[in-house]
Design a protein around this ligand. Structure first.
Ligand SMILES: Nc1ncnc2c1ncn2[C@@H]1O[C@H](COP(=O)(O)OP(=O)(O)OP(=O)(O)O)[C@@H](O)[C@H]1O
Ligand SMILES: [Mg+2]
Length: 78
């Protein structure tokens, strides 16, 4: 991103993906805690849950079936 001042914008976003093919090894837990601590450090954080289990959504205190729009809508519906 160019900020118009001749320097690259240092606020460019970064994507962090946590993956491991093994199940139940704390991928979601690590993602939640990483997001929390980055936010505590002052970073703007967007946690994206594309797991049909919706564990991250639940860990964050939300009830998946009560959400009007989710990533599911963006992927499945036109
Ligand atoms: N450090 C830890 N100590 C004890 N239990 C933990 C720890 N980290 C995670 N857990 C527990 O282990 C279980 C699996 O964690 P988590 O859901 O984060 O794994 P996952 O890799 O995302 O699983 P899945 O493959 O099903 O998506 C959860 O019940 C979680 O609370
Ligand atoms: Mg998980």
């Amino acid at each position: 991103m160019y900020n118009g001042a001749g320097k690259q914008n240092l606020l460019m976003s970064r994507i962090i993906a946590v993956f491991n093919q093994a199940g139940g090894v704390a991928k979601t837990t690590l993602t939640q805690n990483l997001g929390y601590h980055l936010a505590q450090l002052g970073h703007r954080v967007l946690l994206i849950d594309i797991d049909p289990q919706a564990s991250l959504t639940i860990f964050m205190g939300l009830v998946p079936r009560e959400l009007e729009q989710t990533v599911h809508n963006a992927i499945v519906e036109e």
